[in-house]
Structures are given as structure tokens and as C-alpha cells.
Design a protein around this ligand. Structure first.
Ligand code: SF4
Length: 364
């Protein structure tokens, strides 16, 4: 199979669903890590094709959803400073902070712009030296290399009016944290194919071994997900725990070496708070000493900020696979995409947005 259509082929999906039913003899709880996979699952009704006893729970792989409230507040505070142009991806603008979102700050006069790449923000800085351009960098290992490239170019070109508010996060420490939680019910993971396209699959091997948990690196189309589930359930049924690669058309064990080297030059791991979940050791990226001058938190003096999550939003439980969006009392009532209480209702990779869009009425 080489083309997208083949991965959405109904008959192929039905064949894998039938195989999955034959493979499943016991109840299993498995997590798809990535919000992109969650959207495919809910959109294409894959959860309704699963055999009885096989439960899919949704994971923390939505970068917008896990960006801590404090970071949104810092972005808003920076954006409201005179002479600042704050750039980010579109999804970030409507995520609620403690008091307001970036979109609301824009309504109050802040210069907030949507860009499609951090390099667009760097271009903006180079074209207008009279403003301070800040890129709000959010995402997993997938988008971090583009941020690193913008930082590297800014330093190389000596662009003084450009900085980055960095909120990049890493998947493997989050899986470790989920597995070590006393509340964990996940027995196997579908890992995110695009993250592994950058980082490879090697770093998942110690987790599979230590936690005795099977991990299948999986793509995003319906056939990818059903194929990934077959590989995962086969391991679970046999009592195995290794890393399999369903997304071999894209992912290599060693990943993308130039991208990994770039990340290592620009960033180092740090403790990072995940929204709704809390701090996880070595789960974030911060600038290495050489690039620290580009750190917007330091440049604008906003490093120390604390914020309280809204009590009504159970996003932390949703992101840990402990609840489904429709179990949230606010779902589709007090919380909608137009008036969100939490990030998973806003983000294009958020589980609550997926259920709102594709399965609002469906009974799980
Ligand atoms: S439905 Fe809204 S309030 Fe409930 S968990 Fe999702 S984002 Fe939070």
C-alpha cells in the first residue's frame, strides 16, 4: 500500500476489524497516544468496530491540550506588551488562559498573528526591526526541529528582535509517567507515527522492556490504526512486550538523524508541567546555554508564574485515559468549541473536539 486511499479502504478496514475480533480473547485497555489518531478513531467510527472487551482510551498526545495554563498566561502577558508581535499556530489562539486567551488579548489590541512555521515569524522579525517578534513554540518532537531551525538561523543571522516562548514536550517521559501512575489502566500503546518519524523507535524499547508493555508505532488512517491494533492485541494475547512498527513506510528505528542532531544542539530536556497532569521529569525542552539568549521568558521577565486549573474541566483525566470526553459534565453544554473551558475542546487534536465534532450523540 503506497497511497492515502488504500489506508481508507473500507474492505481492508473490515478485514482488519475481523482479524482483530479473532485475535481478541480477553479484555484489554489500550491507549492511542496521539490526538491525530483520536480524531481518526472517532471520525471513522473505529471505536465502534472493536470487538467486545477491547477498549481504546485517549492519550496525552495533543500538544495544545498539554501546554500548561501558565504558558498561555505568559504568552498573553508578553503579547500585551507594547511593540511585541506574538506569533503562533492558529490552535493556540483560542485556548483559555487563567483570565483570557490570546484571541481575547488580540481583541484588546495585542498584536497576535497566526503563522504556519517558526521561520515565518523569524522572517517577520527580519523585515521589521522596530518590533519584538516572539514565536510561541508548542508541540511534540514532530514540530520541535522547525523551532530549533528558526533558533539556529536567528543566531546565525544575528537577529536581535526575535525570541521564542518554548513549550515543546516529549512523548517517552509521558508514557513512563502514565505507566508509573497508581491509576494507570493502560496495557498497550499505539505510539504516534509522526513523532517516531523524527525520533525513531529506539527510545521506546526501554519502556516496553521495563514496563512489560507492548508498543506499536502506528499511522493515522483507519487501516493504519486497525493494523496497529492487530499487532498490539497479538502481543497482548501472547504475553509479549516489544516495540513493533506498523508505520514502516515512514518510520525508521534510528529516526531522522539530522533532525535529532539539530534538536540536541538547540535544546536540552527539562522538567515540564503538563496541563491537567502536572510536572513530569525530563518531559520538556529548553534552550541549551548557547541559545538561552532567545528565551522569551527571560527576555520579558515572565519566568515565574503560577496558575490554577479550572476545577470544572477534567481534561487531565481525559488526557490520561481515565475518562472519556462525554463523561465530563460540561461537555457540549457549558463547554463547546465556541466557548471552551479547556484546551481539548479547542485543539484540532483535542479529544473533546473530536467527540463534539463527530460523536456528540453517540453512546460509547
Ligand atoms: S469537555 Fe471541556 S471542560 Fe470537559 S474535559 Fe473537555 S475541555 Fe475540559
Amino acid at each position: 500500500m503506497k497511497h492515502l486511499d488504500e489506508y481508507r479502504d473500507r474492505r481492508a478496514a473490515e478485514r482488519y476489524a475481523a482479524l482483530l475480533a479473532r485475535l481478541t480473547t480477553k479484555p484489554w485497555t489500550v491507549m492511542e497516544v496521539c490526538g491525530g489518531q483520536t480524531h481518526s478513531i472517532v471520525r471513522f467510527g473505529i471505536d465502534r468496530l472493536l470487538p467486545e472487551g477491547l477498549e481504546l482510551v485517549h492519550g496525552p498526545g495533543c500538544p495544545v491540550c498539554v501546554t500548561p495554563l501558565e504558558l498561555i498566561d505568559k504568552a498573553v502577558e508578553i503579547a500585551l506588551k507594547p511593540g511585541v508581535v506574538l506569533c503562533s499556530f492558529g490552535d493556540m489562539l483560542r485556548v483559555p488562559g487563567s483570565t483570557k486567551s490570546l484571541l481575547q488579548a488580540k481583541g484588546e489590541g495585542a498584536q497576535v498573528r497566526i503563522v504556519y512555521s517558526p521561520l515565518d515569524a523569524l522572517d517577520l522579525a527580519r523585515k521589521d526591526p522596530s518590533v519584538e517578534v516572539v514565536f510561541f513554540a508548542v508541540g511534540f518532537e514532530t514540530t520541535a526541529p522547525a523551532t530549533a531551525m528558526a533558533a539556529q538561523q536567528a543566531l546565525r543571522l544575528g537577529v536581535k528582535n526575535f525570541s521564542l516562548l518554548v513549550s515543546h514536550v516529549l512523548v517517552p517521559p509521558a508514557l513512563e509517567a502514565l505507566m508509573s501512575s497508581g491509576k494507570n489502566r493502560v496495557q498497550g500503546f499505539l505510539a504516534a507515527g509522526h513523532v517516531c518519524a523524527v525520533m525513531g523507535t529506539e527510545e521506546y524499547e526501554p519502556i516496553a522492556e521495563k514496563r512489560r508493555v507492548p508498543i506499536v508505532v502506528t499511522g493515522f488512517e483507519p487501516v493504519d490504526i486497525l493494523q496497529g491494533l492487530c499487532l498490539l492485541v497479538r502481543q497482548l494475547e501472547r504475553g509479549e512486550h516489544r516495540v513493533d512498527n506498523q508505520y514502516a513506510r515512514v518510520v525508521r528505528r534510528g529516526g531522522n538523524r539530522p533532525a535529532i542532531e539539530l534538536l540536541r544542539e538547540v535544546f536540552e530536556p527539562c522538567r515540564r508541567k503538563w496541563r491537567g497532569i502536572g510536572p513530569i521529569e525530563s518531559s520538556g525542552l529548553r534552550f541549551t546555554a548557547r541559545y538561552a539568549q532567545l528565551d522569551a521568558e527571560r527576555r520579558f521577565g515572565v519566568a515565574e508564574r503560577e496558575a490554577q486549573e479550572p476545577a470544572e474541566c477534567i481534561a487531565g483525566l481525559v488526557l490520561q485515559g481515565l475518562k472519556k470526553p462525554r463523561e465530563c459534565p460540561a461537555f457540549a453544554g457549558r463547554c463547546t468549541p465556541e466557548s471552551p473551558l479547556g484546551a481539548p475542546m479547542v485543539s484540532s487534536e483535542g479529544a473533546c473536539a473530536a467527540y463534539y465534532r463527530y460523536a456528540r450523540e453517540k453512546v460509547s
